[in-house]
Design a protein around this ligand. Structure first.
Ligand code: PSV
Ligand code: MN
Length: 386
């Protein structure tokens, strides 16, 4: 196989998971702007996600968020997805929207609230059993707002205890992905603020516990690709929540704010052997002002472009330049790959996969956007109602 053929073959195996919540209405704490045609339930979210996969060919699974996507019959939901050509992916827990969680969930000072939170996580594993999902994604809004508010060390003990109970419940082939975030909604201390804390907990828990990197969850200027390289090296990179940010956790389309950063991350993924199904490549985005389905198609394409460029890095030339201390040549090798226009290559890849070369135009032509506006009238639109 030529090198280009190998790159194309790798691109055809790509899988980007889209989040159910990105199809619903979202906003800032100031306003949620409702859009016409937005899904009214998890079933319709899956119908939209199937469109993204139909036009890109590389978005075969959909992450659910519980309780936002609660249904009576998860096996039926999984069947609904499969009939439309997609599958259910990670189950995301939610221990941040009940009044009880004002002072935290599994780190809360009151054992009764901790119990409630852990029970929710255990319920999420029950749902995974029904959906066939591999990954339980955990993000905790836990933390404190003021020095002295709670014992930050005691909170780590409570976190470890809660996580251990859930870890024990995981079945064969199931994993927990622990997500970190440096602030928000807590403003003084956050109980899982960084990759190091997540890593320390996952290491103690065992092999089924892995760290997930949400690209919007770092302080400005953080070298995220270094974190990715380190976690891969330690066998602890479980996946990504991709999105992009200009200031805080903006949840904008991945690759929109900083495509070069996305390329650097994907290069470390490829370099570290992480371009495999063992690493879950998920989107975690909100489309507050733009049309949702095409925004998700665009995001998937942005990940594809960054991946193609990462695969095109001339690794031999790079190693040679690095070994000889040729700083400028090493940098040039990286920049050559980044500056390659991979759009013609990706058009070819899509055509070889039997897809339209231009997913955005094909979606626009399909009439789906008009169809959902006409059909989805009445009922309550999905959204997190901030
Ligand atoms: C938190 O900001 C987060 O990134 C977590 O992944 C949540 O599950 C997700 O956003 C949706 O609110
Ligand atoms: Mn996330």
């Amino acid at each position: 196989m030529t090198e280009l053929a190998a790159v194309k073959a790798a691109l055809k195996t790509q899988a980007v998971e889209t989040p159910s919540w990105a199809y619903g209405n979202s906003g800032t704490r100031f306003k949620v702007f409702a859009q016409q045609g937005v899904p009214r339930d998890p079933w319709e979210k899956l119908d939209d996600a199937a469109q993204v996969h139909a036009f890109t060919g590389v978005a075969p699974t959909v992450a659910l968020h519980i309780p936002w996507d609660k249904v009576e019959d998860y096996a039926a939901l999984a069947k609904h997805a499969e009939e439309r050509g997609v599958k259910l992916g990670a189950i995301n827990s939610n221990t941040f929207q009940d009044d009880d969680y004002k002072l935290g969930s599994i780190c809360h000072p009151d054992a009764a609230v901790r119990r409630k939170a852990v029970d929710h996580l255990l319920e999420c594993v029950d749902i995974m059993d029904a959906t066939g999902s591999r990954d339980l994604k955990l993000w905790f809004a836990d933390g404190t707002n003021y020095p002295g508010q709670d014992d930050i060390r005691g909170r780590q003990d409570r976190l470890a205890e809660g996580l251990a109970e859930v870890y024990e419940r995981l079945g064969d082939g199931q994993r927990m992905l622990l997500e970190y975030k440096f602030f928000e909604p807590a403003f003084y201390s956050t109980d899982v603020p960084d990759w190091g804390t997540a890593y320390a907990h996952c290491l103690k828990l065992g092999e089924k516990a892995q760290v997930v990197v949400d690209t919007g969850h770092h302080a400005p200027g953080t070298n995220i690709e270094f974190i990715v390289a380190t976690l891969l090296r330690e066998g602890k990179l479980g996946g990504f929540d991709f999105n992009s940010r200009f200031y805080a956790d903006d949840d904008l389309m991945v690759g929109a704010a900083d495509p070069f950063q996305l390329f650097r991350i994907m290069y470390e993924v490829v370099r570290g052997g992480g371009f495999t199904p063992e690493v879950a490549f998920m989107l975690d985005q909100c489309h507050n002002i733009e049309a949702k389905i095409p925004a998700i198609i665009r995001s998937v394409m942005n990940v594809q472009e960054a991946t193609a460029k990462a695969l095109l890095v001339d690794r031999d030339a790079l190693s040679t330049a690095q070994a000889s201390g040729d700083v400028l040549e090493a940098n040039a090798v990286i920049m050559d790959a980044y500056n390659t226009d991979v759009r013609p290559l990706l058009r070819e890849v899509r055509e070889e996969m039997g897809l339209d070369a231009d997913p955005m135009a094909a979606y626009r032509r399909s009439g789906w956007a008009e169809k959902i506006v006409a059909e989805r009238v009445g009922g309550q639109q999905a959204g997190w109602g901030a």
